[in-house]
Write a protein that binds this ligand. Structure first.
Ligand code: ATP
Ligand code: MG
Length: 418
């Protein structure tokens, strides 16, 4: 038997109500916040992620699915959505639209990671991006949207953690302080972080290794090193959040994985779903559009991992209706009746009624068992006698009540199928 590739997931029908709930809520709430949906390619030129996500990130260094196509081009399956959305905005000339430009997406992403609960190699994200405003009011708006979606799907008890990672003006000084601190503790770092010490010391704060995390507790904090405009931006964001009634925790270890983040970074964390506890990660990326060849256009966004949202929904006891049950099951006996049953079933479906009839050739007895199993509310047995008389007995499977109906009279039948 051929099995699915390691790290991929099958989403079986029983799971779909959760996916529908997330997708419907995401679409509805995004629209309320004025965000429009965008769809972007599943693969892009590798260069886009190298530049748009950043050479020193885990994603680009070790998590990308990169391949060469038949013409020798280097392509990569999207590991995230922001770079592709930013490219599409530039390429489609939307940087000169009236700002802000507000977009959302629901996509699958690919990262070569160690699969575990809440972490897979193909995974799904709902994300939103807001371009054209560097005001902290935009940060508060995007955070409010994320919170509204998380709450709208029934997840309770998440914490919002926020931090500021400064800008190209103040970060170099912070980098050198961090480098100084970690260099004096280099022996305690994991091999990856020893490498990060050279390339991007900020990323050490994001390491999942316990020893590195412990060390990080004593590290200099970026919020103590912010330049005046960044500090003011962060204070202002906090006041907007407070004014909107959004609780937050300032967490100096939140840095986010991508290189082009500036100032605000945030995560929504659930304590109910184990180690992969971040259900939503986001931040400001004022340098990204320019980095990708567009104008200097600020932006801020977030992405949520849909399987982690589902884990949290289940942990919160969110219950959703299952799949549709048929209103009527028609049990034909004989070939002529089968034709009639098929025709009737089609007409009922055309009238918007979920009807089923036997198409596998079961005996009458096992047809009745099957009708019960699939939860049909009514059954109708059609045999030769019924065809001749043009009437049949409709049985309510819940009450046992029976009534006579015309076999070919759709309207009469519909009236009885309440
Ligand atoms: P993590 O620290 O958990 O690896 P990340 O910083 O790499 O997360 P982002 O790139 O910010 O994650 O992606 C946003 C969200 O997408 C995450 O908060 C998470 O919910 C989800 N996510 C990221 N990687 C995966 C994955 N491999 N499988 C499932 N969900 C994921
Ligand atoms: Mg990751």
């Amino acid at each position: 038997m051929i099995q699915k590739p390691r790290g991929t997931i099958d989403i079986m029908p029983e799971e779909m109500p959760y996916w529908y709930k997330i997708e419907q809520t995401a679409r509805k709430v995004s629209a309320l916040y004025g965000f429009s949906e965008i769809r972007i390619p599943t693969f892009e030129n590798t260069e886009l992620f190298a530049r748009g996500v950043g050479d020193t990130t885990d994603i680009v260094q070790k998590e990308m699915y990169t391949f060469t196509d038949r013409e020798g081009r280097s392509l990569t399956l999207r590991p995230e959505g922001t770079a592709g959305v930013a490219r599409a905005v530039i390429e489609n000339g939307r940087c000169s639209d009236a700002m802000p430009l507000k977009l959302f997406y629901i996509i699958n992403c690919f990262r070569y990671e160690k699969p575990q609960a809440g972490r897979s190699r193909e995974f799904y994200q709902y994300g939103a991006e807001l371009f054209g405003s560097d005001s902290p009011a935009a940060d508060a708006t995007i955070i409010a949207l994320a919170k509204a979606v998380i709450e709208g799907i029934g997840i309770t008890g998440t914490e919002l953690h926020i931090n500021s990672i400064g800008c190209p003006d103040c970060r170099p000084e912070y980098h050198s302080k961090l480098r100084e601190f970690f260099t004096s503790n280099e022996a305690a770092l994991c091999p990856t972080c020893r490498e990060r010490l050279k390339t991007n010391p900020l990323r050490i704060l994001d390491c999942k290794n316990e020893d590195c995390q412990k060390l990080t507790e004593g590290a200099p904090k970026v919020i103590d090193c912010l330049c005046a405009p960044c500090a003011e931006h962060f204070e202002s964001l906090k006041s907007y959040l407070a004014a909107s009634g959004i609780d937050y925790i300032v967490n100096p270890t939140i840095v986010r994985g991508l290189d082009y983040y500036t100032r605000t970074v945030f995560e929504f964390i659930s304590d109910k779903i184990g180690a992969q506890s971040t259900v939503c990660g986001g931040g400001r990326y004022d340098g990204l559009i320019k980095q990708l060849g567009g104008p200097a256009l600020p932006g801020i966004g977030f992405a949520m991992g849909m399987t982690r949202l589902i884990l949290a929904m289940k942990a919160c006891g969110v219950e959703l209706p299952g799949s549709s049950k048929p209103r009527l099951y028609i049990a034909p006996m004989g070939e002529a009746a089968q034709r009639e049953a098929l025709c009737l079933t089609t007409k009922l479906r055309e009238a918007g009624i979920h009807a089923e009839c036997d198409i596998v050739g079961r005996s009458l007895k096992s047809q009745m068992k099957y009708a019960d199993k699939i939860g049909a509310k009514y059954t109708l047995i059609v045999g030769e006698a019924e065809l001749e008389s043009g009437t049949a007995i409709l049985k309510n499977m819940e009450t046992g009540e029976q009534s006579e109906t015309g076999v070919r009279d759709i309207d009469a039948l519909r009236r009885l199928l309440v």
